[in-house]
Design a protein around this ligand. Structure first.
Ligand SMILES: CCC(=O)SCCNC(=O)CCNC(=O)[C@H](O)C(C)(C)COP(=O)(O)OP(=O)(O)OC[C@H]1O[C@@H](n2cnc3c(N)ncnc32)[C@H](O)[C@@H]1OP(=O)(O)O
Length: 254
């Protein structure tokens, strides 16, 4: 692997897009290596959460590599095929069965914002800025990021962000619900790892079950989604982590 760095820290897999000279823009090589890194994290039982970030403190991901893709993608069909690969990667992240956190260490633009939206959570450095700037370039999001954005912040806010191309500072993005936590740029990586680590510390069957339930619930009516919740809790009732938690609770009271 060269343009993606894969490391683990406690129970967190850190997947780092490593093209600082190109503001970590996604090129074909990143698109080839990112799925390998994700499957490595999926298949390692000791990994309980994933943090996706970029190298350095200037950019998370500056979108698609405008240099490569303008040299290589000529027809609408070329673009559709290429973007379909990236869309499937984003879908894999959005439906991952371990929590995935985007560590927004700097500028997040265009496709970079789409990638961030595919993650379940976003932790931003106080110096990060986020913009769905595709409209300024006369295009639209193409990797599935608009659908993911609307599911996170609602259709009206999504429409505004996508049509204005406005670049938001981290604090403003947090106010809109686009970012879950803003941390100091000076302690970005330890703080992002701590955020992911807190998710990793919870029992994996419960975490996986809740992720899956929330995803399925989006497609169900209220009664069915509430019923699914009862079934999930029932299936976790006799699990070892729940029994151990109850034992701890009862012992404290003796
Ligand atoms: C798939 C469709 C899309 O994603 S459309 C959206 C495409 N992205 C953009 O329009 C963002 C363009 N980039 C920028 O606005 C800035 O470079 C940002 C990301 C804010 C970083 O600014 P700053 O830290 O000052 O760095 P810089 O501008 O000097 O850039 C450093 C080197 O990175 C490169 N870079 C930047 N973005 C891309 C990109 N998307 N594709 C390819 N290369 C990119 C710059 O060209 C620069 O490299 P060089 O010094 O010119 O060799």
């Amino acid at each position: 692997m060269s343009e993606i760095v894969y490391e683990t820290s406690n129970q967190v897999a850190v997947i780092r897009i490593n093209r600082p000279e190109a503001s970590n823009a996604v090129n074909s090589q990143v698109m080839a290596e990112l799925p390998e890194a994700l499957e490595r994290a999926a298949n390692d039982a000791s990994v309980r959460a994933v943090l996706i970030t970029g190298t350095g403190d200037r950019s998370f991901v500056a979108g698609g590599d405008l240099k490569e893709f303008h040299d290589t993608l000529h027809s609408a069909e070329d673009v559709y095929k290429k973007w379909s690969v990236m869309r499937q990667i984003l879908y894999r992240i959005a439906t991952f069965n371990k929590p995935v956190v985007a560590g927004l260490n700097g500028a997040v633009r265009g496709g970079g914002a789409e990638l961030a939206m595919a993650c379940h959570f976003r932790v931003a450095s106080s110096k990060a800025s986020i913009g769905f700037v595709q409209v300024k370039l006369g295009i639209s999001p193409g990797w599935g990021g608009a659908a993911l954005l609307a599911r996170t912040v609602g259709m009206q806010r999504a429409r505004w962000l996508l049509l204005s191309g406005q670049v938001l500072e981290a604090a403003e993005a947090e106010g809109l619900g686009l970012v879950d936590r803003v941390v100091s740029s000076l302690t970005f990586m330890p703080d992002a790892l701590q955020f992911a680590g807190e998710l990793a510390a919870n029992p994996p069957d419960a975490v996986q079950g809740i992720l899956e339930m929330m995803r399925t619930a989006e497609k169900l009516d209220l009664a069915a989604s509430m019923e699914l919740e009862s079934r999930l809790c029932a299936s976790l009732w006799n699990s070892e982590p729940h029994q151990a938690a109850i034992d701890r609770f009862l012992k404290k009271r003796k």
